[in-house]
Write a protein that binds this ligand. Structure first.
Ligand code: NAD
Ligand code: MG
Length: 298
């Protein structure tokens, strides 16, 4: 079994991109319909009690990186409120079963993060159903490839900013009111924040905004004992990429340009989110942890 605990060569730990990866689904895409299937650590992630008793919200929890983080957080001992879109119920069902199998609470609250009232409802549900809220992992994101600025609509530009930036703002704002010292917030940026692809104009711009927002907010809430950090993944095999995130013809080479020469898997992202959530990272705030296959970052 591939896992994160055995010494092995990271170059060959997971497969390189291949022609099998050329596929397309309508947005938002379902993990249950992908082949090859991403590895979210379903079979492999081992918890060691690092988040025992924690009460968390995870957005984008049905698939990809959010799924891997939800599984890891539950196996580390956290109870969870899960955010995802109503049309992703098939993916979410699998995640809910895995969380329950870990003996933790999984409260499903599907909805649209572009809506401020839904973001507030997520926080209220966490406080009501879990008793408190001390961990917010903003992982949901929208990425739609558009080659030319002439074809990038105001509707898409707005939806990308609402999904990636506004929802983070609304959720942080609502969550911080309830957070006691020791609580942690983790936002999700991307290698796109530093090395933007020309066809990801709107998306890449939101990802640098997320880094900057997190560095400012981390300073603002430091005296409350709340830490804010960021994970910036590189190319990771998830539904986002096969549902309009990349032109399908680019998928057979996905991740090839990284120093490790292959795409990452969601299972390789989750440990970064666990580290930044847990008290192990107590002296780390305002930081971006890049998990990108070795590409240098500023
Ligand atoms: P994914 O498609 O599995 O997850 C994205 C999730 O965002 C969806 O499952 C969906 O539930 C949620 N979402 C999108 N719009 C929403 C809305 N309006 N309301 C509610 N939920 C909504 O893909 P992923 O790659 O795991 O993406 C997770 C995060 O990782 C995103 O922030 C993405 O930008 C970031 N990221 C991904 C990669 C990559 O290569 N996959 C690289 C860098 C950063
Ligand atoms: Mg999904």
């Amino acid at each position: 079994m591939i896992d994160q605990y055995t010494l092995q060569n990271p170059v060959t730990q997971y497969p390189k991109a291949s022609p099998r990866m050329k596929q397309q689904q309508p947005s938002p895409g379902l993990e249950t319909e992908m082949a090859p299937k991403p590895d979210a650590g379903e079979e492999s992630y081992r918890g060691t009690g690092r988040l025992a008793g924690r009460k968390a919200i995870v957005t984008g929890a049905d698939s990809g990186i959010g799924r891997a983080v939800a599984i890891a957080y539950a196996r580390e001992g956290a109870d969870l409120v899960l955010s995802y879109m109503p049309e992703e119920e098939a993916d979410a069902k699998e995640v809910i079963e895995l969380i329950q199998a870990a003996g933790r609470k999984a409260i499903a609250v599907p909805g649209d993060l572009k809506d401020e009232a839904y973001c507030e409802q997520l926080v209220e549900t966490a406080v009501k159903e879990l008793g408190e809220l001390d961990l917010l992992a903003n992982i949901a994101g929208k990425q739609v490839f558009v080659e030319k600025i002439e074809d990038l609509t105001t509707e898409q530009f707005d939806a990308t900013f609402r999904t990636n930036v506004y929802s983070m703002f609304w959720l942080c704002k609502a969550a911080i009111k309830h957070m006691k010292p020791g609580s942690t917030i983790i936002n999700t940026s991307s290698i796109q924040a530093y090395k933007p692809s020309p066809g990801l104009l709107d998306y890449a711009t939101t990802k640098s905004a997320i880094n900057t927002f997190s560095k400012a907010l981390a300073q603002q809430v430091a005296d409350k004992g709340i830490r804010v950090n960021v994970v910036a993944p590189g190319p990771v095999w998830t539904p986002l990429q096969v549902a309009g995130g990349q032109p399908p013809e680019a998928l057979p080479k996905f991740g090839e340009q990284t120093p490790l020469g292959r795409p990452g898997q969601p299972a390789e992202m989750a440990p970064a989110y666990v580290f930044l959530a847990s008290a192990e990272s107590s002296y780390v705030s305002g930081e971006t942890l890049n998990a990108n296959g070795g590409t240098p970052t500023p």
